[in-house]
Design a protein around this ligand. Structure first.
Ligand SMILES: NC(=O)c1ccc[n+]([C@@H]2O[C@H](COP(=O)([O-])OP(=O)(O)OC[C@H]3O[C@@H](n4cnc5c(N)ncnc54)[C@H](OP(=O)(O)O)[C@@H]3O)[C@@H](O)[C@H]2O)c1
Length: 281
């Protein structure tokens, strides 16, 4: 039995689509991860074979104002999940982020690079990685970046709406790798099948800035909006962001696991899906 936590989110719903009837979708209403004391008993009662944890406190700026909730969901709860899976002999896969790095390396980060988060969200996710692997050394922690999809509220939907209304200002000094939820879900199953444990980096190939990505989205949508490049400082966001958080993997090729394709094809599909969903109405 496979349970997918965070089943209403971008990545969770991609797993539910991919696994179909094999997956039991679990939402906050079924198991609130902030209620950390309930996690191990819940797992002991259900006794799944595989737990795919896509739930997380993902509001990066809000986490600066509410670090306790972010830490409970992204760190303590992940440790409890791992304690539970270790106790019942289930596999656990949980997701982490490029934001565990400070972005100053100047080259893509690999799994063995030291972490150094610069915001609350990144710190809580880093703690979650550590707690997961301490409690269940067989757990798989997939670090990914800039997660998007054609189905949810995300950067693509926001930028399409804004561009439709007029000129937009978009940050051009953060470099990363957009990663599409469907590609990530399929890739994660391949990593699991290969039997990898510990930390693995998994993103779509390619790199861009948020400004570059906006220009691609505009072209794909046939919008002629003016997209003005600005700096992170000018964006006035609450949480600091790493300037260059590109992830590479030093483990996937060695394990014979195919890397994910370039993000562009999935971006085109996601833009189409968002437009068909009426995002400009
Ligand atoms: N989004 C990104 O750019 C990005 C980048 C790097 C890594 N990641 C990581 O990738 C994973 C998937 O991200 P995503 O983009 O799919 O996130 P998402 O769309 O924001 O979904 C997160 C899910 O977690 C659920 N959740 C939040 N708090 C919960 C709680 N207390 N109890 C139970 N469920 C709770 C949410 O439930 P509700 O629907 O009820 O709110 C939501 O369904 C996460 O681990 C995230 O940290 C994301």
């Amino acid at each position: 039995m496979i349970v997918v936590l965070g089943a209403n989110g971008q990545l969770g719903s991609a797993f539910v689509r991919l696994l179909g009837r094999e997956a039991i979708p679990v939402t906050r209403g079924d198991l609130d991860l902030a209620d950390t004391g309930t996690i191990v008993p819940w797992l002991e009662h259900l006794r799944p074979d595989l737990v795919i944890n896509c739930a997380a406190y993902t509001a990066v700026d809000q986490a600066e104002k509410d670090p306790d909730t972010a830490r409970r969901v992204n760190a303590t709860a992940v440790g409890e999940l791992a304690r539970g899976t270790a106790a019942i002999g289930a596999r656990l896969v949980t997701f982490s982020t490029d934001y565990v790095f400070d972005g100053n390396k100047g080259r893509p980060y690999v799994e063995s690079d030291p972490t150094s988060p610069i915001n609350v969200y990144g710190s809580t996710k880093e703690e979650g990685e550590r707690l997961a692997l301490e409690a269940d050394p067989q757990a798989l922690v997939i670090r990914t970046s800039w997660v998007m999809s054609g189905t949810h509220q995300n950067f693509i939907r926001t930028i399409l709406r804004l561009m439709h209304a007029g000129p937009v200002r978009v940050v051009d000094d953060q470099v990363g790798r957009p990663t599409f939820a469907d590609d990530l879900a399929a890739g994660t199953m391949r990593v699991l099948d290969a039997g990898l444990t510990g930390i693995v980096h998994l993103t779509n190939a390619g790199q861009t800035t948020w400004w570059g990505l906006s220009r691609e989205i505009a072209a794909m949508a046939g919008l002629e909006a003016e997209v003005v490049p600005i700096t992170t400082a000018e964006s006035g966001r609450l949480a600091a962001r790493p300037a260059d958080s590109r992830l590479d993997s030093e483990r996937l090729a060695a394990a014979g696991v195919a890397s994910l394709p370039h993000y562009r094809e999935s971006l085109e599909r996601a833009v189409r899906q968002q437009l068909e969903g009426g995002v400009l109405l």
